[in-house]
Write a protein that binds this ligand. Structure first.
Ligand code: GLC
Ligand code: CA
Length: 562
């Protein structure tokens, strides 16, 4: 398999608003990030994925861009950004920017122009349609953030499409001028020193131009008509040909609803489109009808999904590996255990992910085991999609507010957006002012300072996992093989590279478990590379023994021939 730097890297995602505030206004910023680069370096990550820092009215925290060429005032200035790239590069790290190209802000000058008149030169930058037969929206598509995906404009008597909030009108990628303008923008950032891009909802850029309704309902999910839409591969190949392929970049597309088959097109090794994608199959295992309906996830399903992606992409496309990002609840609360087993389960999840084939992504705070938050009131929440959901359920449907909050505790995006917990001082050391969103109350216990001084912390465990990756190519390039178990408690897999072997043994449960060793080499011949528990008589390394007892959330990785 071809060696590439972005396969060997570990990415650390920074959500700048919540990372570090340098000037006491309660909002994280670029100077704050510069100040903490040594921390990210110490962790061992090589690439920083920075969530959007472009000028934006912030309806969706920067995912609504009003100027692609300037920096949001809250975050600093272009000089601060230039300093940031320089400081990142000085440390031998790389910077991946977040590109939001499916839509802009409704305050973007293109949209301000576009809405003016039907013959405005920017009209076709967005998607406008006359009212439907009943005078209402052109079709029944629902916006991802609630309500219709169409907004009416008095000025011209037409509707524009917004798959997200009405402040995020969708760009019209079928217009070649739009594509050209966006590619030029991408060039511009590459010339400024960017090393890669994460592309926001990139598989939704091409819509079925007949805009059919999705079934009969008044509002319905229209994804089948725009996710992995008719021309998406054509456009990505064009962007690749005209821009991306001319540089040695790391690219990852956010592609909700993508299957492994889709991945073989988006991220095939011939690199005609992107280098990898974020699929969502594993983070939708606990969805009912949609993300706001919570059902229990099953280990069997998680194993199936992860294994399928490993096998079906192997040798053909490259996997990205993640449990967390700024849209997902905290993984330790979701797939692990955020009470007495918080530490071992956080380490177990890290082991599960970092030992798979692919490029691992760490989301800020994951490396110290940050957990979901339960704020007492909706007033404490900030996320546009959470607020819309609450409003719909409570004000429009009359649901009990407490019940709705319970769902938000499990699913709300603010779970991931509470400020980074640096120390046990006021506001977790994130700001000297009033934070834009409150700090998680567990910061006195869960914080970077405490984690750094404890050799058995989640933080140091991540460091060890990352250094294993740097030391042993098998962690990056080894093939994957699932070891069958009953799938109730255990997840066991092998990696192979030439004569080398790894066995990853995970007890994904809060009860003890027993694993029957099934390798053709004995535990004694191998080497325990990492484990999240101290050795204890009768547990783990039993020499020639065949039975391995495992404690709750115990993770063990054995190596052979390395
Ligand atoms: C992506 C982003 C999310 C944002 C949405 C609209 O899913 O990750 O934060 O709200 O796109 O841009
Ligand atoms: Ca600030």
């Amino acid at each position: 398999m071809e060696r590439r730097w972005w396969k060997e890297s570990v990415v650390y995602q920074v959500y700048p608003r919540s990372f570090m505030d340098s000037n006491g206004d309660g909002i994280g910023d670029l100077r704050g990030l510069v100040d903490r680069l040594d921390y990210i370096r110490e962790l061992g990550a090589d690439v920083i994925w920075l969530s959007p820092i472009y000028q934006s009215p912030n309806k969706d925290n920067g995912y609504d861009i009003s100027d692609y060429f300037s920096i949001m005032q809250d975050f600093g200035t272009m000089e601060d950004w230039e300093l940031l790239v320089e400081e990142i590069h000085d440390r031998g790290m790389k910077l991946m920017m977040d590109l939001v190209m499916n839509h802009t802000s409704d305050e973007h000058p293109w949209f301000v122009e576009s809405r003016r008149s039907k013959d405005n030169p920017y009209r076709d930058f967005y998607i406008w349609r006359p009212p439907g037969r009943d005078g209402g929206p052109p079709n029944n598509w629902a916006s991802m953030f609630g309500g219709s995906a169409w907004e009416y404009c008095e000025e011209t008597g037409e509707y524009y499409l917004h798959l997200f909030s009405k402040h995020q009108p969708d760009l019209n990628w079928d217009n070649p001028r739009v594509r050209r303008t966006l590619y030029d923008m991408v060039w511009w950032w590459i010339n400024k020193g960017v090393d890669g891009f994460r592309m926001d909802v990139i598989n939704s850029i091409s819509k079925d131009q007949s805009f059919p309704s999705a079934g009969e309902g008044e509002l319905a999910n229209g994804k089948q008509y725009y996710e992995n839409g008719p021309h998406v591969h054509e456009y990505l190949q064009e962007m690749n040909r005209e821009v991306l392929s001319r540089f040695d970049l790391m690219t990852v597309g956010e592609t909700g609803g993508a299957t492994t088959e889709d991945a073989l097109r988006y991220a095939c090794s011939e690199e005609k489109e992107l280098q990898m994608i974020f699929h969502f199959e594993h983070v939708r295992l606990d969805y009912g009808e949609d993300k706001w309906s919570v059902v229990p996830w099953k280990l069997k399903d998680l194993i199936d999904v992860l294994s399928r992606w490993q096998k079906e992409l192997e040798g053909k496309a490259w996997n990205s590996l993640y449990f967390n990002n700024h849209d997902q609840p905290r993984s330790v609360s979701r797939f692990g255990h955020d009470k007495e087993f918080r530490v071992p389960s956080a380490k177990l999840l890290a082991t599960m992910l970092h030992m798979l084939q692919g490029t691992p992504y760490i989301y800020q705070g994951e490396e110290i085991g940050m957990t979901n938050v339960r704020f007492p009131s909706i007033e404490d929440y900030r996320d546009i999609s959470t607020l819309q959901f609450y409003k719909e359920q409570v004000e429009e449907k009359g649901r009990d507010p407490q019940d709705v909050l319970e769902v938000i505790y499990k699913r709300g995006r603010d779970n991931a957006r509470t400020p980074m917990q640096w120390n046990a001082a006021e506001h977790a050391g994130f700001t000297t002012g009033t934070p834009w969103i409150q700090v998680h109350p567990n910061y006195t216990m869960v914080n970077v300072e405490a984690e750094r001084s404890d050799p058995n912390s989640v933080f140091h465990y991540y460091r060890r996992l990352i250094s294993l990756r740097k030391k042993h190519p098998i962690v990056v390039y080894g093939s994957y093989e699932l070891v069958p178990t009953d799938g109730e408690q255990l997840f066991v897999y092998r990696r192979k590279l030439k004569r080398q072997r790894l066995v990853v043994i995970l007890n994904v449960s809060d009860r003890p478990a027993v694993y029957h060793w099934s390798e053709d080499w004995s535990m004694a011949e191998g080497r325990l590379l990492i484990s999240n528990y101290p050795p204890l008589e009768g547990y783990g390394s039993g020499g020639a023994a065949k039975e391995m007892k495992l404690r709750p959330y115990e993770a063990r990785v054995y190596g052979y021939g390395l």
